[in-house]
Design a protein around this ligand. Structure first.
Ligand code: DAH
Length: 347
């Protein structure tokens, strides 16, 4: 009997000290488990006299019930405490300043290219790709610029291997590749945005690497007025409905006639300002009717097929549109500067 009382006192003390559910569980096993203190005492019953058995048995049951209640009570207490702590830790402090998550944004050059692509795709053009490491015959010869021709001088080229393999100095070789792939009997509408390279010294308006957006349309009965209409559409969608366009005569080996395409200055609306050097006009691309020699070189019969081609400088378009005055801005890695253009665009 004394043992039973003692056990209960001891258990009470231990339960009071416990602060952890695992420990409480261990304690339960220690006292009420199969080989626990209380269970071991029940095996003693057999050694007792009949009358003692009864009282001892009753007392044992009482102790068991009390011990169970003690442990259960503590368990509920510890579980509640744990829950409270969890809720306290998970409480959201709405007075804390928000964390700013830096997000990326498209490069301004990519954006202008995408814009141009959208307009041309809406007119049924495909966007195609071509290699940056190019063969001389695609970059020059088949474009009616034979070896030794002075027109090559204007495009100070990076040669990679002998005089045959080069870094393309223009995206015009993609015209050749596209025509050759169509075998001379399919109309073509394509644009090709891509990187080009020239041995220029970098300054505010020159970069040894820059981007062009080439365009080519080949079909039957195509005339310069189709080029004018197409150019008008793209200019209006990039620079606004009030934008006017004009052609000036020019010279390229692979087009005849050749033109420079101008847009009316969107800054001064044609009045004359520093952006348009007081002319009221800004040149944005070279263009022209595809030269019969080029059509022939690429498998198209010039008595059946005609076409026009054009080449925009992508940086120049972006510089005009976003008021950037140094081409190097596109190729430095100062995120602050690049982000700033992005912000301006959304303002
Ligand atoms: N390829 C020329 C250059 O880099 C630009 C150009 C002019 C492309 C006239 C054309 C074109 O397709 O018709 O200077």
């Amino acid at each position: 009997m004394n043992d039973l009382e003692q056990i209960l006192i001891e258990l009470k003390e231990k339960v009071e000290k416990i602060n952890d559910l695992n420990e409480l569980n261990n304690l339960k096993v220690e006292y009420l488990g199969k080989k626990g203190n209380i269970s071991l005492l029940s095996s003693e019953i057999g050694k007792l006299q009949a009358d003692e058995k009864k009282t001892f048995g009753a007392e044992l049951n009482k102790v068991k019930t009390e011990a169970t209640a003690l442990l259960d009570e503590k368990r509920v207490f510890l579980e509640n405490k744990k829950l409270e702590e969890k809720l306290k830790n998970e409480k959201i402090d709405i007075s804390l300043p928000a964390t700013t998550i830096p997000v990326g944004s498209p490069n301004i050059l990519e954006k202008i290219i995408e814009e141009v692509e959208e307009v041309f795709m809406s007119m049924g053009y495909d966007v195609v790709d071509g290699p940056e490491v190019e063969e001389d015959r695609y970059n020059f010869e088949l474009l009616n610029i034979p070896k030794g021709h002075p027109a090559r001088d204007a495009q100070d080229t990076f040669y990679i291997k002998d005089e045959e393999i080069l870094l393309r100095s223009q995206t015009s070789p993609v015209q050749v590749r596209t025509m050759l792939s169509k075998k001379g009997d399919e109309p073509i509408r394509m644009i090709c945005p891509g990187k080009t390279y020239r041995r220029d010294d970098d300054d505010a308006t020159h970069s040894h690497q820059f981007m062009q957006i080439e365009g080519l349309l080949v079909d039957k009965d195509i005339s310069l007025s189709d080029l004018k209409g197409t150019f008008d559409t793209i200019a209006k969608s990039l620079f606004g409905e009030e934008c006017k366009t004009r052609f000036r005569p020019s010279y390229y080996q692979f087009t005849e006639p050749s033109v420079e395409t101008d847009i009316s200055c969107f800054k001064c609306k044609g009045e004359g300002c520093n952006l348009c050097k007081n002319t009221g006009w800004i040149t944005v691309s070279g263009a022209g009717m595809v030269h019969p020699n080029v059509l022939r070189n690429c498998g198209y019969d010039p008595s059946v097929w005609t076409g026009f081609a054009f080449g925009f400088g992508a940086e120049r378009l972006a510089m005009l549109k976003y008021g950037i005055n140094d081409i190097r801005t596109f190729y430095n890695t100062d995120l602050r500067e690049l982000k700033d253009f992005d912000r301006k665009d959304f303002e």
